[in-house]
Design a protein around this ligand. Sequence first.
Ligand SMILES: Cc1cc2nc3c(=O)[nH]c(=O)nc-3n(C[C@H](O)[C@H](O)[C@H](O)COP(=O)(O)OP(=O)(O)OC[C@H]3O[C@@H](n4cnc5c(N)ncnc54)[C@H](O)[C@@H]3O)c2cc1C
Length: 514
Amino acid sequence: MGQLISRVIIVGGGAAGWLTAAILAASNGKQGEKQQLEVMLVESPDIATVGVGEGTWPSMRTTLQEIGVSENEFIHFCDVSFKQGSKFIGWRNGGKEYYYHPFSLPESYTAFNSAVIWNAQKEGQKSFAQSVCAQAIVCENNLAPKQVSTPEYAFNVNYGYHLNAGKFTDFLRQHCVEKLGVLHLQQNITSVNQDDKGFITSLDTQCGESLAGDLFIDCSGGAALLIGKCYGIPMVNQDHILFNNRAVATQVPYRNEEAEIQSCTLSTAQQSGWIWDIGLTSRRGVGYTYSSEFATREEAERELSAYVLENEGLAKVEELNLKHISFNPGFREKFWTKNCVAIGMSAGFIEPLEASALVMVERSAKLLSEQFPLNLQATEVLAKRFNKTMRYHWDKIIDFLKLHYVLTERDDSPYWLAHKDQCSIPDSLQDLIELWRYQPPWKYDSYRVDELFPSASYQFVLYGMGFKAQYLSGNSEISASDYFRAVQQKSNQYIQALPKNRALLGELKNKIRI
Ligand SMILES: Cc1cc2nc3c(=O)[nH]c(=O)nc-3n(C[C@H](O)[C@H](O)[C@H](O)COP(=O)(O)OP(=O)(O)OC[C@H]3O[C@@H](n4cnc5c(N)ncnc54)[C@H](O)[C@@H]3O)c2cc1C
């Protein structure tokens, strides 16, 4: 049988560490169905978590359900609101114009490609998202994705979450320790011990303890204690494609307790990056992610405070509590080596656009958990598979994020001009853009069943940014006017039936109190 894997040690107690612990413990842990693993998480009492990351994908619903969390408790504890997609403002020409990338697919998506219909009939029509997907109207009206009677995790329109990042790790920690039997240590790891084949055998702590284990998960964030410092696996930098490498974040109170909560992450283009604006129940989380090559810290602060002033009426930079964050956009050359797997910021991070980081944590932890190696001998083949899969997803993330920038008509700043420069656009994306002039994004652009972004996501960005294309309409199964009318009817039904976000979240809070 070889050396059985019975103890997993996770280094790091940020969202990556606790999500991984929960996913492993729920299905492979002592309480789980499979392997009776012991899962231990060790985190530094001195090194803070990154403390941002407030937008998730709909995949988080499944994850939370699978690890046994009550959605109402999670909503209450983490100041959660519903995220139904992103609204991109000013990306096309720097004005007030906007488009949606909703989480729901276009109407009748599996039956036919509505991009063909819309492109043929778009004169006088609403925007692409509003013409093909009722969720755009739901978002425009700050409506919730469900009704108060809808069961936990179920929905009328697809959703993920906006959450308080600090409270989320606290919530997961409590759940992991109290419900899933995860062992928790607060200690600094000072050195890593390996055997003569390079496998990690134990970790030494500052207090002189030695933590022996079989498999080690590096969730130590930017420190990359195991994958970077111990194994020296280099980063594959992506800053020549996606330039953002800084962020300045703040929290903004609502004007009053009744202020509406947005259904989407607002992403507003700026001179040298973009500002995210996330509405929780208790406050808004606002931040400017930018490139240090194109803007100074002070310029970023000024743009952020101008945004807050315009949108929330707060006057001065001094009134904002600003947090500056640096990162290098990129990912590791390998994510799994020997008996060490990197998940979270230690594995890579590109930028906050489209909130692709936590979903990669979920994907990585599930891929590991579902094929969990019985013994160390199995790790070599699984590591190859894991590395190939993750690399595929990272490459797709790069293409998809870059697509948001390259179609801009903006020429008002060096940052946007640099994004349009052909040298900064990966060949894979250039090929797709060329192809999409003659045929719209569709299922043939995907190679995997577990693709992160469906072709609909590319469509929302492409046509939202005003991409010019004309496609052969062929034998469409439905007439354009019938199709648009059906979407409009559905939009009207949602407007009648769905409550405002704040109203529903208030009602759910009351349910917890009962
Ligand atoms: C500006 C910005 C915005 C973002 N927005 C989003 C978003 O909207 N959506 C999204 O999905 N993601 C977002 N992310 C990414 C998201 O924040 C991270 O993926 C997520 O928080 C996971 O981080 P982590 O757990 O890998 O690292 P961290 O939170 O940094 O945790 C690292 C852990 O390692 C521990 N550690 C470090 N060194 C040691 C040591 N020597 N011994 C013991 N422990 C150690 C620390 O104590 C800490 O517990 C954003 C990131 C940034 C920078």
